[in-house]
Write a protein that binds this ligand. Structure first.
Ligand code: SF4
Length: 471
């Protein structure tokens, strides 16, 4: 038996390559947890190994997956990765596609746990301003993730807060951004995290301003903001006060007709899964669109879909049927999916806005109601439904169809005509792309241009499809 001790993904990759080149099977390797000690009689991983195998190439999809699994805290991660790698290199090239395989199933569960933890970190990290010894402002946050995810999450913060100097401290590892590069260091106990400061006050002000006492759901707050994170969130110290004064504040809101920017967050169910969300959206009144539409149209597709397609809002047909993409635009999308070799049943289809916004047609135009673009307030109000869908599904690829979903995910300045087909990382997925909405293609009067846009839609669907292990 060979005993191998590794701590990082890079170390595991080096050792795994060495073992594979020497044809050492998984059952002859003991991957040791970080704190395990070798006994005097154990053979050591550093010993010379004869190279008996030819050089090999590891599928990129596996390497991407392995980087995520390496962040999981479970001690068996290295042995599971090596066993999977061994199988991939010994005649099971399509192993990762066999979701019923025990090892693959374990890997997928671990990936889900890690990526979920990354999303939580993005949502719950709060920076506090401190002045460093050179008099510069530095923003510091302390966070306790479930897994070792600092290196997975740090690039998101460097993009989001590129113009600030900041540090995120966790018990495992710390990361610092100096507006140029990310530097990693040792973990930091909570006692070293900075305390009260101006930024904290800012957060408190912000939180108080969006807090709608008419809709307080303590259980929901606890679920969305797990209690173990509460000590590091400045706004939580306000919750008791805000709850205490809720009745007076509700009365004041009613008296003054105060326009709190309500969002669908207030209609979230106690249990967060796709079925509960689908049931809860029926009661949503976070904006006026529910008043005239027939019904909300929630997303549709497998809960573990690898691709999510996001449109703008349901159309006339969808509003009547209660299903997304079943009208003329849906037919065009079906054709494009089929040409791209993607089964509609494998993707999750949804919209940024769940209720149909329309005007009645002039009498000369028949009965079909005319689509109206949702405004920023309606998109903002409806966004929590989409975010909950994306958080649950955790797709490998997202394709935004048209301007509204693209601007919701990439930012308000995003232009589909300029950036269509570019794959970018967003808060929700590293592979996010914008393309034409099928309805925009249908509306294009110029036949030549219409054909071109249709071909581009097919090409974008083909490109955004998550990489499969090579055949
Ligand atoms: Fe709620 Fe969205 Fe419907 Fe507005 S459009 S009522 S936010 S579900």
């Amino acid at each position: 038996m060979r005993f191998v001790k590794v701590q990082t993904f890079d170390q595991w990759r080096t050792e795994a390559r060495r073992l594979l080149l020497s044809d050492v099977p998984p059952e002859q390797v003991a991957w040791m947890a970080d704190d395990e000690q070798l006994s005097l009689f154990d053979s050591h991983g550093d010993a010379e190994l004869p190279v008996t195998q030819a050089a090999f190439t590891v599928p990129k999809a596996f390497l991407e997956l392995a980087k995520i699994i390496a962040c999981h805290r479970i001690g068996t991660r290295w042995s599971l990765l090596y066993r999977t790698l061994w199988r991939l290199m010994h005649g099971e090239r399509h192993l990762l596609q066999i979701t019923t395989d025990q090892d693959v199933d374990a890997l997928m569960s671990m990936r889900k746990a890690v990526t979920r933890d990354v999303h939580k970190m993005k949502a719950f990290v709060r920076f506090r301003k401190v002045i460093d010894s050179d008099g510069r402002e530095v923003y510091v946050a302390w966070h306790r993730p479930d897994h070792r995810i600092v290196r997975l999450a740090a690039p998101f913060f460097s993009r989001r807060f590129s113009g600030m100097n900041w540090s995120i401290l966790t018990p495992d590892e710390s990361v610092t951004w100096d507006q140029t590069s990310l530097q990693y260091g040792p973990g930091v106990p909570v006692s070293d995290a900075p305390d009260d400061d101006a930024l904290e006050e800012l957060w408190k002000t912000y939180y108080a301003s969006i807090f709608n006492p008419a809709r307080v759901k303590v259980d929901t707050m606890k679920r969305e903001m797990p209690v173990r994170h509460w000590p590091t969130l400045p706004e939580t110290s306000l919750i008791a006060d805000l709850l205490h004064t809720a009745p007076e504040r509700v009365a004041a809101m009613v008296d003054q007709n105060e326009g709190f920017a309500e969002t669908a967050m207030h209609y979230m169910p106690e249990r967060i899964d796709l079925e509960s969300l689908r049931a809860a959206v029926v009661d949503c009144q976070a904006c006026d669109l529910h008043q005239h539409a027939t019904q909300p149209v929630f997303g549709e597709g497998p809960p573990d879909a690898r691709i999510v397609l996001v449109g703008e809002q349901p159309g006339d047909r969808e509003d009547l049927d209660g299903r997304p993409f079943v009208g003329p635009a849906g037919k065009l999308l079906d054709e494009a999916l089929s040409q791209a070799g993607i089964r509609r049943g494998d993707v999750y289809l949804t919209n940024v806005v769940k209720h149909f916004k329309f005007t009645e047609p002039p009498t000369s135009r028949g009965k079909r109601r005319l689509h109206q673009k949702p405004n920023a307030r309606e998109v903002f109000a409806c966004r929590p439904w989409l975010e909950a869908e994306l958080m649950l599904i955790q797709p490998i690829a997202i394709l935004c169809l048209g301007a509204t979903p693209s601007q919701a995910l990439f930012g308000r300045d995003f232009q589909v005509s300029k950036h269509r087909g570019e794959i970018r990382a967003t808060d929700w997925c590293d592979r996010t792309m914008a393309t034409w909405h099928p309805a925009a293609i249908l509306r294009m009067p110029d036949q030549h241009r219409r054909t071109e846009m249709q071909q581009q839609l097919v090409a974008d669907l083909t490109r955004i499809h998550p990489t499969r292990p090579p055949t």
